[in-house]
Write a protein that binds this ligand. Structure first.
Ligand code: DAH
Length: 336
């Protein structure tokens, strides 16, 4: 233990007795503070002393400065070690204790499924496109070969935007066929995922729901190609053992038009065969649609399809009511 003359011996003792880092900080300030620190002030007055006094006070103050700095440093080290020791021996705090696992959130099942869809079609070479939810009558209906007297145009089914002439909340994602085909030269393959709106509301219909649209145009793209793409995708997305049934169906923008059904055994107890559920409309793109997009139907042909995403998820997970998806009920959402 070094010894220093007064008043520095007293500081040494107080450093030795300090019980916390804060106490040490205060002492350090008291000694070395830039303006009023005791040592700072003492060193500052050296210049005014006589030569003889300087010879005595100079080395003395330097020693004091050195010793006090050392004492502060070693005490600081000392204090941080003891605080770790007390952590280890304090039996009320077990640092190895397993805490309950933190709950992690996840994407909404619809969003998660849409990412999976993009991945599956991406592997088959499909570009992923987006389009607006407020759409012109031209893109939502006219260019898709949907005539003015088509029931889809009835205000019973469609949300027309007041104050925006000839605009609707898009009733399907087929508007993106038009937007994409006008911008891209064939051959191309694209899908579009997004929200669509209709005046519907019950257990299997909601005024807002999600669709998956697809389109593939090339020199000799056929119905057989369409079947292969769609069956591959649905097997991958919903069920590897899925069985399909194809029926003719009418949509103004395809010719011929088809509907794809999937056998669903969700209620096996009722029937061993299960039942056929329609999951998609599709067909060969109508020549008028190609023409409306500036594509020569004598050179190019292809197919298009439209799935309801909620419908696919309801089949995949046997969900009875589509409104559950939008309820925000964590008991439902946590099951995914
Ligand atoms: N747009 C149709 C609907 O919402 C679904 C549809 C049917 C999309 C046939 C297509 C298609 O691309 O070829 O009901």
């Amino acid at each position: 233990m070094p010894s220093l003359p007064p008043p520095w011996d007293d500081y040494l003792r107080r450093i030795e007795l300090a019980a916390s880092a804060q106490e040490l900080d205060a002492l350090e300030h008291e000694l070395f503070g830039r303006k009023a620190g005791a040592l700072t002030v003492a060193l500052g007055t050296l210049g005014a002393l006589s030569v003889d006094e300087k010879k005595v006070q100079g080395p003395l103050l330097n020693t004091a400065k050195q010793e006090l700095t050392n004492a502060l440093m070693s005490k600081r080290k000392n204090l941080s070690q003891t605080s770790w020791q007390s952590l280890e021996t304090d039996d009320t705090l077990d640092v190895s204790l397993d805490l309950p696992e933190k709950e992690h959130g996840h994407l909404h099942p619809i969003h998660e499924f849409m990412e999976k869809i993009e991945e599956v079609f991406g592997r088959m070479g499909f570009d992923s496109a987006r389009g607006p939810e407020i759409e012109s009558e031209e893109n939502n209906f006219n260019k898709l070969n949907i005539p003015a007297d088509h029931p889809a145009r009835d205000s019973q089914d469609t949300f027309w935007i007041s104050g925006m002439k000839d605009h609707v909340l898009r009733t399907h994602t087929s508007n993106v066929q038009i937007r994409y085909a006008q911008k891209h030269k064939p051959p191309f393959r694209m899908i579009c995922l997004g929200k669509v709106y209709r005046k519907d509301s019950d257990a299997t219909h909601s005024p807002m729901f999600h669709q998956l649209e697809g389109m593939m145009i090339g020199k000799d793209v056929s119905l057989a190609n369409m079947k292969a793409v769609m069956e591959t995708a649905v097997r991958e997305l919903i069920d590897h053992n899925a069985e399909f049934r194809w029926r003719t169906g009418f949509f103004p923008f395809v010719e011929p038009g088809l509907e794809m059904d999937m056998r669903w055994r969700g209620d096996e107890s009722k029937s061993r065969e299960g039942k056929w559920l329609e999951i998609c409309g599709c067909g060969m793109t109508h020549p008028n649609v190609l023409k409306n997009c500036g594509i020569d139907p004598n050179k190019w042909q292809g197919f298009a399809f439209g799935f309801g995403i909620e419908r696919m998820l309801m089949i995949k997970h046997q969900i009875p009511d589509l409104r559950l998806f939008y309820s925000g009920d964590l008991r439902f959402l946590k099951q995914f």
